[in-house]
Design a protein around this ligand. Structure first.
Ligand code: UD1
Ligand code: CA
Length: 454
């Protein structure tokens, strides 16, 4: 078991500067709580145990993280980072190693953590970075040979030490045996009267342990979030990173700064994404897909050569290839649009399968429906799917033509190649090849005299 890896995530801080009723680690970045980013990264490394140290808002944090298998440890008083790790000792395995991470440092990558783990040869490795402005952070003290001696906190640092530009990220990989050995011996005899986790470095040095340090591939990996400005700036950095990866994959963005990615996006070649597009959850975009301005697309698959015109909202839908959608269409969950189909402006669909080549061009609500191939649904068609209690199905056969402004009162079936006259309220099955007209007959009175004002 000596090679097994655990992780301790410190998440007890209140995040006072956020001015929020929500614990800091539940604030969202790219649509996900900060802590969920860390946990998703940990899920990419096989963890023996994931321990989360919580304090403020523990109930809220635990409720939000029920998808993960976690060991929760409460730190009732925030007496410092060393104290926070010390309270986990009862839960911490005696052998193996632990990564020490932070719920408010969301973007450390799995690759960096793997490197950090492999750098730990003698019991301790740490993630450091040389920065222009190290103010406020712990400094890495090294001897003339470059061996790490200690970490000195800003408030405890001499003027010479303050000039050091290599800073402590706070992220480490430490042998559990050393954590069990050193943490009970921490003291709070320092400028902040806190139990500093950083003191384990000098304890290890005193034991003759050579401490390894590596740097992250991206500097934002070690950036923490303490206030709304930092959160927003980290969000922008992360968005730029995600957009860059998609550009490398061949996507053309009208403006890489005016798009938001809040999930996983896979793409074919020559995808074009215009300004103001938000992609959420799992989205798959085929080759030659065009997404015009202002579209919000969530958990959806979009086939090759499909064109989504401006201001569409698409949620949990599957679009075939050569489809045209919008402008201003709302595709709700379980919408499936067949190849070559078309959904035009001000059309809402839900739980609807639209066959190949079928069209709903204008101003319609089609829900709980199965529509065949080459069907034309006229402007203003409504599937009346809800009777106030239950939802009912509408089935429309291939080549059917639904005249404009028709209401199809479900459950109802329109046969193949059937025609529904405009303005009909259809309540009964329409047979294959039949014409159904269900509307008031036109009355005509010749030479009708209008009433006059009395
Ligand atoms: C710490 C490091 C510093 C490093 C910096 C990087 C120490 C003593 N110093 O400083 O060297 O450069 O991080 O950002 O470790 N936390 C708890 N319980 C506590 C105290 C803290 O859970 O009792 C959590 C906080 O919620 C926060 C994290 O630990 O997420 C860091 O705590 P913070 O007080 O911000 O440490 P720094 O003083 O910034
Ligand atoms: Ca801090």
């Amino acid at each position: 078991m000596t090679h097994s890896l655990s992780v301790i995530i410190l998440a007890a801080g209140k995040g006072t500067r956020m001015k929020s009723a929500k614990p800091k680690v539940l604030q969202t970045l790219a649509g996900k709580p900060l802590l969920a980013h860390v946990l998703n990264t940990c899920a990419q490394l096989a963890m023996q145990k994931t321990i989360v140290v919580y304090g403020f808002g523990g109930d809220q944090v635990q409720t939000a993280m029920t998808d993960y298998a976690l060991t929760w440890v409460e730190q009732t008083e925030q007496l410092g980072t060393g104290h926070a790790v010390k309270v986990t000792l009862a839960e911490l395995p005696k052998d193996g190693k632990s990564l020490i991470l932070y719920g408010d440092v969301p973007l450390v990558s799995a690759e960096t953590l793997k490197k950090l783990e492999s750098a730990n040869h003698q019991g301790m490795s740490m993630l450091t970075l040389t920065v222009d402005n190290p103010f406020g952070l712990g400094r890495i003290k090294r001897d003339e040979q470059g061996n790490i001696l200690a970490i000195v906190e800003q408030k405890d640092a001499t003027a010479d030490e303050q000039a050091i530009q290599e800073i402590n990220s706070g992220i480490y990989c430490v042998d559990n045996a050393l954590l069990h050995k050193y943490l009970p011996n921490l003291s709070n005899d320092n400028a902040q009267q806190e139990y500093y986790l950083t003191d384990i470095v000098k304890m290890a040095v005193a034991d003759g342990i050579e401490i390894a340090a590596i740097e992250p591939a991206q500097d934002f990996e070690i950036e923490g979030v303490n206030d709304r400005q930092q959160l927003a700036s980290l969000e922008r950095r992360w968005q730029a990173h995600l957009v860059e990866a998609l550009q490398v994959a061949g996507v053309q963005f009208a403006d890489p700064a005016r798009v938001d990615i809040r999930g996983q996006v896979s793409v074919g070649q020559d995808v074009f994404i215009d300004v103001g597009v938000v992609l959420q959850g799992d989205c798959q975009l085929g080759s030659n897909v065009t997404i015009e301005a202002g579209c919000i697309i969530k958990d959806s698959t979009i086939g090759d050569n499909t064109h989504v015109k401006p201001y569409c909202v698409i949620d949990s839908a599957e679009l075939g290839s050569n489809v045209s959608v919008g402008p201003f269409a709302h595709l709700r969950p379980q919408t499936q649009l067949g190849d070559d189909s078309k959904v035009g402006n001000f059309v809402e669909t839900k739980k609807t399968k639209l066959g190949r080549g079928s069209k709903i061009n204008h101003l319609s609500y089609i829900g709980d429906a199965t529509v065949g191939e080459q069907v034309n649904i006229g402007a203003g068609t409504i599937t009346c799917n809800y009777d106030g209690v239950n939802k009912h199905q509408t089935v429309i056969g291939d080549y059917a033509f639904i005249g404009s402004n028709s209401s199809l009162v479900a459950p109802v079936t329109i046969g193949k190649t059937a025609t529904v006259g405009a303005g009909s309220v259809i309540t009964k099955e329409v047979a294959d090849n039949a014409l159904a007209v269900a509307r008031g007959k036109q009355v005509q009175k010749s030479d009708w005299e209008r009433p006059t004002k009395k």
